[in-house]
Design a binder for this molecule. Structure first.
Ligand SMILES: C[S@@+](CC[C@H](N)C(=O)[O-])C[C@H]1O[C@@H](n2cnc3c(N)ncnc32)[C@H](O)[C@@H]1O
Length: 347
């Protein structure tokens, strides 16, 4: 959690003093590294079970006792644990975060630390992308990175799904939802749970089938949610009453997105809706949201050569595809996120 500087210290981070402000960012970077490590190595999970001394934490996690004592002190400073006497426990916020984000920690570490180790090389044009936007993932990437990536998507979904469900109207509750690039299909599954007559298809690359099928089965939705393997740029999309493009456009070029939105709009039944969820570098999302959208732009540039898009550009794709009632809504529970809602005229 960001450190709130008390009294005199706060003035050190003022806008008129550039060096301390820089150190504040360094503190955030260090803090994030300490926190993700504590999630991944089981330090926080151990403390969520019971309050422990630093020696007991070291024993449970099989990590260096002296180093763990320092790590716990850091975590106390950034508010993830609280010390009482010689024991440590997790804060209420950490307890809430554990089930929400734990499975996504390797993904967050990957995008912030591992991937950005390549950023300078990409900016200098000296390091090629691992694959172009149109190239299939290599078997090596799929074996090593796919699960980490999709588990990261689940953590992000956990953060915003309640708000997204509140904000997304379903035009035909007995209709058919097409979840383009739907991943595990958690948004579709949740929408179907809310609307007992709704059916959904997760449209994904074939490599996603095993994970999606398992999520569908675990949620008892096999009778209403199915999986279809394909390429949404070239394959037939059917005639859904509603389509989702969730966390897809930031990994595609503007030309591809315009085409994808047009294809999807053409496939929709009259009166049907298209919903886009993504991150946006937009002032409308407030300073923190805009910062997330901007960092995501650089992150997508770094990892796949793409970006997050300005709101006006996305609005143009939707209106040029003949969709109406285009509405943008910020999603506050996952900063930088926003929803575009649009409807196909007719019916
Ligand atoms: C960032 S993930 C988003 C997953 C999910 N919608 C979510 O929000 O959690 C993007 C997904 O789009 C899928 N995808 C990318 N290009 C695709 C294509 N041409 N056809 C079908 N799926 C595609 C990827 O496999 C990936 O799972």
């Amino acid at each position: 959690m960001p450190i709130t500087l008390p009294g005199a210290e706060r003035s050190l981070s003022g806008a008129d003093n550039a060096v301390p402000a820089f150190m504040f960012d360094m503190l955030s970077a260090w803090g994030f590294r300490a926190v993700t490590l504590a999630f991944r190595t089981g330090v926080l999970a151990a403390l969520a079970e019971e309050e422990l001394t630093s020696e007991q934490v070291a024993e449970k996690t099989e990590l260096d006792p002296r180093g763990i004592a320092f790590l716990l002190d850091c975590l106390d400073c950034v508010g993830y644990v609280r010390r009482a006497g010689d024991r440590y426990g997790v804060t209420d916020t950490t307890r809430e975060l554990l089930p929400m984000i734990s499975m996504g920690i390797p993904y967050f570490e990957k995008i912030v630390f591992t991937d950005w180790a390549n950023l300078e090389g990409r900016l200098r044009g000296e390091l090629p992308l691992p694959f172009g936007p149109d190239q299939p993932r290599t078997p090596r990437w799929l074996a090593r990175q796919w699960r980490v990536f999709q588990d990261g998507m689940v953590a992000l979904t956990n953060m915003n799904i309640d708000e997204v469900l509140e904000r997304v109207p379903v035009p035909d509750p007995a209709g058919h939802l097409l979840d383009l690039g739907g991943g595990y299909g958690l948004y579709s599954i949740a929408l179907c749970r809310r609307h007992p007559q709704l059916r959904a298809t997760i449209f994904e690359i074939p490599e996603m089938q095993r994970l999606a099928d398992r999520a569908i089965a675990e949620n008892g939705m096999a009778d209403r949610v199915d999986f279809r393997a394909g390429d949404f740029f070239t394959d037939e999309l059917g005639s859904p009453s509603m389509a989702l493009l969730f966390n897809v456009i930031h990994s595609k070029s503007a030309v591809q997105n315009r085409e994808l939105v047009a294809r999807t709009a053409a496939a929709l039944r009259p009166g049907g809706s298209l919903v886009i969820l993504d991150q946006f570098p937009a002032p409308e999302l407030g300073p923190i949201g805009r910062s997330f959208g901007a960092m995501m732009a650089l992150s997508m540039f770094n990892s796949v050569g793409q970006q997050t898009y300005p709101l006006d550009e996305v609005r143009d794709w939707l209106t040029d595809a003949g969709l109406v009632d285009v509405d943008f809504q910020p999603v506050r529970s996952a900063p930088g996120n926003g929803l575009f809602l649009a409807r196909k005229p007719g019916r």
